[in-house]
Design a protein around this ligand. Structure first.
Ligand code: ADP
Ligand code: MG
Ligand code: ZN
Length: 477
């Protein structure tokens, strides 16, 4: 691979979180019973008139503002003609020659090095429905609930040169769309989907190599794996004197390979033309100024603020600042108990662990800032140990439970009473005379053995500082 460098450009589809669909008033929601959110317009009946959802324009423009793109005050919808069973109109309404925005950029950082990625264009389009192929049955079903829901497509310049850069770019975009509140960013539900275009060329060359387009990448991990696989597949081809064929390839996650799906010969002529049913999209000066003024805080700005205002190390601040829900929980808790590092540690440790293990959505957490702040406070005050704090975390995440009350009613409060601890220490020292002798003879590492024994004796509730102090005194010669 050392003789080649990779070139990667991404096409990202973001499902916009508007209440209704792009050209009709059907609900734009996920997971409802099939074909319940459908009307004549999104079912593609002849003779109907679509009308544009203005909120979708605002959301697309907010994305453009976030990446410093030029917003075309006059843009147009075009019909992209092709047949697919889940698209009854037989054309997708998209933007072609006059997209809403062009020429944006996004700065990413990989291994401490920052790099600017160009954004070619951002355009609006409607989504198709969904074909369902039930296992073992010789039928296919069509669900049109998703048909006509709003998307933006964000097309990058071919500016990335490794899988890591592609993932960093995607993560930065993802943090942006959720911070802007324009999408829930749910990758499993397809609300944030990515196609990766990958080619390689001799290192230092200025011309682009033949690219393949990778589909079906529904997690950051799959993006990483698929691009890595594709780079090595293409370099093997070139090293063997063969050629890369321009084609669309599917990523098979189970086997961690990419497979040819369709070649360039099948490439369609979409016969784009301006949609005669839709008036051009005009954005007024006032409208644009209003959106600019009310842009929410973006992850990059929040990151800088978290480091400065709350004195968080960068690695911690990145994780909290990327997610607006976690960021709000953090700041609300810190306002109640201003030990920012300790609140952050509870979030990056026990909280993220629970979120990952239970596959939770940070938008719907039941953990209150009050409970989080109180937990940090009672660990600090010595009422409970950090270990017990982590153990009761799942309880707090059910909501409605306050930590101080919970540890008291469940007998989890830490024992700091030196009388009780001293009794336990004496018992342990007497039960382990050989270890006590060795400790006094200089094997001071044995201290952790004694601490462990005392903790066991006291069912994990002894204050470790007091245990250490009494052990030192009683073991000391
Ligand atoms: P299409 O619409 O047919 O997919 P585009 O020209 O719009 O083609 O390109 C789509 C994406 O592919 C863009 O993100 C672009 O940066 C990327 N791209 C184009 N050429 C290459 C190449 N040779 N290697 C890698 N990425 C490329
Ligand atoms: Mg493409
Ligand atoms: Zn509809």
């Amino acid at each position: 691979m050392s003789d080649y460098e990779a070139v990667i450009g991404l096409e990202v589809h973001v499902h916009l979180a508007t209440k209704s669909k792009l050209f009709c008033s059907c609900p734009n929601s996920f997971g409802d019973a099939p074909n319940t959110n459908v009307c004549e317009i999104c079912a593609g009946m002849p003779g109907v008139l679509p009308s544009l959802n203005r909120k979708a324009v605002e959301y697309a423009a907010r994305m453009a503002l976030a990446v410093d793109a030029e917003i075309n005050r006059h843009s147009r919808f075009a019909r992209k003609n092709y047949f697919y069973p889940d698209m009854p109109k037989d054309y997708q309404i998209s933007q072609f020659e006059e997209p809403l925005c062009e020429h944006g950029r996004l700065d990413i950082s990989v291994a401490g090095k920052s790099k600017r990625i160009g954004i070619t264009r951002i355009h609006m389009e409607d989504d198709a429905g969904k074909n369902i192929h039930p296992q073992g049955e010789r039928i296919s079903l069509v669900d049109l609930n998703r048909a006509g829901t709003p998307l933006i497509e964000i097309v990058s310049d071919p500016d990335m040169s490794s899988a890591e850069e592609a993932v960093a770019y995607l993560k930065a975009l993802h943090a942006m769309v959720v911070s802007l509140g324009i999408s829930n960013g749910n990758m499993e539900e397809g609300s944030f989907r990515c196609d990766a275009n990958v080619s390689i060329r001799p290192r230092g060359s200025r011309t682009l190599g033949t690219r393949t387009e990778l589909k079906n990448l529904n997690s950051f991990r799959h993006v990483q794996k698929a691009i890595e696989y594709e780079i090595s597949r293409q370099s093997d081809l070139l090293e063997d004197g063969e050629k890369v064929v321009q084609e669309t390839r599917l990523y098979d996650a189970a086997r961690n390979i990419t497979l040819a799906m369709r070649g360039k010969e099948d490439a369609q002529d979409y016969r784009y033309f301006p949609d005669p049913d839709l008036v051009p999209v005009d954005i007024s000066e006032e409208e644009l100024a209003g959106w600019k003024e009310t842009q929410p805080e973006l992850p990059q700005a929040r990151l800088a603020r978290f480091m400065k205002e709350w004195k968080l190390p960068e690695a911690d601040a990145v994780l909290l600042a990327a997610d607006p829900h976690l960021a709000a929980l953090f700041e609300n808790a810190v306002r109640l108990y201003p030990e920012s590092r300790k609140i952050a540690n509870l979030m990056l440790g026990p909280l993220l662990r629970q979120i990952n293990e239970q596959g939770l959505d940070s938008a719907g957490l039941k953990l209150s800032p009050e409970a989080l702040a109180e937990l940090a406070r009672i660990i600090d005050s010595g009422l409970i140990s950090a270990k017990i704090g982590a153990e009761i975390f799942p309880e707090l995440m059910r909501g409605g439970v306050m930590p101080e009350d919970y540890v008291k009613t469940h007998g989890l409060a830490q024992v700091s009473d030196s009388g009780a601890i001293e009794a336990a220490v004496r018992k342990v020292v007497e039960a382990n005379p050989a270890e006590a002798e060795a400790y006094r003879g200089g094997k001071t590492k044995l201290i952790s053995f004694f601490v462990g024994q005392v903790m066991r004796e006291m069912r994990g509730k002894a204050n470790p500082a007091v245990v250490n102090e009494i052990l030192a005194r009683l073991l000391g010669s």
